[in-house]
Design a protein around this ligand. Structure first.
Ligand code: 6SG
Length: 208
């Protein structure tokens, strides 16, 4: 049996990148799906280090915080650069992805109806930073010449943004090519085509 277990709500949310990464690395994992009613009872919440899901188990290792999970798999599967310098650069890029994810989640959960137009207007300002990194690095990955956990994280977030605004990558050829190339990786393609992936909403409030 696979050593990995994800405990989370029935959403892609903060496990989107993690599941894509596990798939691409040829891994299997178990899902424990928490519904709102059971979560509100508080028993599981009381056991979570930061009172929140997702929870990720790798054998006896128990992790909270989605970015720590990505880093864990990055170390485990050689998706954390080829040396310390690259690892630091990958951390930097992942923090950049997290900054954009937090803006996205604020829009989705707090100001969707009033803030969507402005968010889409500001988006090129954020996307252009990642476009410039790809344009400079030329390998098709954020750092070095092999895939890292930050690539999976950015890919997942860009998929969400294309749902938010289908044309948002139109003026970013390197980002568009990145998304196309990642989507075509056979194990990612199979996962994105699966019912397990498609049945889950992106976010917990139905907004996307
Ligand atoms: C929510 O914020 O799904 N965890 C969330 N919410 C429940 O009691 N920094 C960490 C990390 O990166 C952030 C964790 C994150 O891992 S994620 C959590 O635990 C709590 O705080 C977004 C998500 N939302 C779905 C949701 C949670 C509460 C309301 C909507 C599930 C659906 C309805 C209820 C439970 Fe629901």
């Amino acid at each position: 049996m696979a050593p990995f277990t994800i405990t989370y709500f029935a959403v892609r949310g903060r496990c989107g990148a993690l599941r894509i990464m596990l798939s691409d690395q040829g891994q299997e994992w178990k899902e424990i799906v928490m519904n709102f009613e059971d979560w509100m009872k508080g028993d599981l919440k009381a056991t979570c280090v930061f009172d929140q899901l997702p929870k990720f188990e790798d054998g006896d290792i128990v992790l909270y915080q989605s970015n720590a999970m990505l880093r864990h798999l990055g170390r485990k599967f050689g998706a954390y650069g080829s040396n310390d310098t690259q690892a630091s650069l990958i951390d930097m890029m992942n923090d950049g992805v997290e900054d954009l994810r937090l803006k996205y989640l604020k829009l989705i959960y707090q100001e969707y109806d009033t803030g969507k137009e402005q968010y889409i207007k500001d988006l090129p300002n954020h996307l252009s930073k990642f476009e410039a990194v790809f344009a400079k690095n030329k390998s098709g990955f954020l750092v070095g010449n092999k895939i890292s956990f930050a690539d999976y994280n950015l890919f997942d977030l860009l998929l969400n943004h294309r749902v938010l605004c289908s044309s948002c990558l139109d003026s970013f050829p390197a980002l568009k090519s990145f998304v196309d190339t990642m989507s075509a990786r056979p194990k990612i393609k199979a996962f994105l085509d699966s019912d397990d992936y498609k049945k889950l909403p992106i976010n917990g409030n139905g907004k996307q």
